[in-house]
Design a protein around this ligand. Structure first.
Ligand SMILES: Cc1ncc(COP(=O)(O)O)c(C=O)c1O
Length: 389
């Protein structure tokens, strides 16, 4: 099988009779009726009806083939956002009386949506993001579990292999949100996850200019089930956004590798900085997560997001946020631009002080998503901003 970077470029398998090199944007809502004489339905390459772009679209299909190849899955489904993908996954597995287990430290809307399903009788249980406590809370009565291999904003690494193994033993479908780790570091299906899920908005699209989501599956039954939910929720990705994401993915490996390498350099630099109290990054030699990261992640890469505490409190953190110039103060991650985020305003926005304290989200904590700028420029920008606090 071709290697990952080859699959990222050629894995759309698109062919037509004009020899178009790139999958075109099929900007159509509808397709002609089946053959009038035979009545044979027009089918997409995977056998689903091709009649309406809320169900199937050839540009979206091209992206889905690439994603399935990158994650070594059977197939995939692309959605209008990461949250649309999560919604479909929840709806397919949860019903009145179901219990879902999530980490306390996980993407806010992922957690909120599960809690909102309480009004339909779904119970949302939360476990600390450490592998140990998550494993302890797993039991046969749980209908669905979700983990993020790299947590946000404390950048802990969770042992996907152990958790997936236990979920398999107990028959619990496990969603692995692989957004921060990307298929470059990790393929969750390999460990037995039920599905791998992405906010394509981040590294896969990679340019902070498009919103999208995806689920990669390894069995036909799950594909059909989630396809039905996507159709009914109306949450398929648009053909133009699929085109942009296909273009983004063709450079994923080089972008992500450089971003990871720059992140390690910046983490090491900040760790020794007198204005910085502590740095959280699994690639640091003394990180408590280095061992599990080395076990799970390929290429000795550790992701491109790090968090750190500045000396002082909220005043100093906000001063830094306002003083960076190349690095932009903004939420999100994974794009070409480096972004500095204040978790109290984003990831921890809906947490009360006790919840924040339990997770270590203090008022002097900042999160940095490292982009593709020259790493020396980034270091100098951070140093200059730090000298002003
Ligand atoms: C880990 C993770 N999962 C899911 C999402 C939701 O994705 P989207 O914003 O594309 O809906 C995000 C968004 O930040 C995220 O960070």
């Amino acid at each position: 099988m071709p290697k990952q970077s080859t699959r990222a470029i050629h894995g759309h398998d698109y062919e037509d009779d004009v020899g178009a090199f790139k999958p075109p944007i099929y900007q159509t809502a509808i397709y002609e009726h089946p053959d009038k004489l035979t009545g044979k339905p027009r089918l997409s390459d995977r056998g689903f009806d091709l009649k309406y772009s809320r169900e199937e679209n050839p540009t979206v299909r091209a992206l889905e083939r690439i994603l399935a190849g990158l994650e070594e899955g059977l197939d995939s489904l692309a959605f209008g956002s990461g949250m649309a993908a999560i919604s479909a996954a929840y709806l397919s597995k949860l019903e009145t009386g179901s219990r879902i287990l999530l980490p306390k430290e996980c993407y806010g809307a992922t957690q909120e949506l599960a809690q909102n399903l309480g009004k339909f009788g779904v119970e949302c249980l939360l476990a600390r993001s450490d592998t140990g406590e998550f494993l302890e809370k797993l039991d046969k009565g749980i209908a669905l579990a979700l983990i993020e291999p790299i947590t946000n904003p404390m950048i802990r690494v969770v042992d996907v292999e152990e958790i997936a193994r236990r979920c398999r033993e107990l028959g619990i479908p496990l969603i692995v949100d692989n957004t921060f780790s990307t298929p470059i570091l990790l393929n969750p299906l390999k460990y037995g996850a039920w599905i791998s899920l992405h906010s394509l908005t981040k590294y896969l699209a990679g340019h902070n200019d498009v919103i999208g989501g995806a689920i990669i599956v390894e069995d036909r039954e799950t594909l059909q089930e989630l396809w039905n939910w996507r159709r009914k929720l109306g949450s398929i990705l648009s053909p133009f956004d699929a085109f942009l994401i296909i273009r983004g993915i063709s450079t994923l490996e080089v972008r992500f590798e450089k971003q990871c390498r720059s992140a390690l350099e910046i983490a090491e630099h900040l760790r020794d900085h007198p204005k910085v109290e502590e740095v959280y990054y699994p690639g640091l030699a003394d990180s408590p997560y280095k061992r599990v990261a080395d076990k799970l992640f390929r290429k000795r890469l550790y992701g491109a997001v790090l968090s750190f505490r500045v000396r002082g409190g909220q005043r100093e953190a906000l001063k830094l946020l306002g003083s960076v110039e190349i690095v932009k103060p903004a939420p999100s991650l994974g794009g070409v631009e480096s972004l500095l985020t204040y978790p109290i305003w984003s990831a921890a926005k809906n947490m009360n002080p006790d919840q924040r304290k339990e997770l270590g989200i203090t008022e002097n904590l900042l999160r940095l998503s490292v982009g593709l700028e020259d790493v020396e420029d980034l270091r100098e920008d951070l140093d200059r901003a730090l000298s002003q606090i």
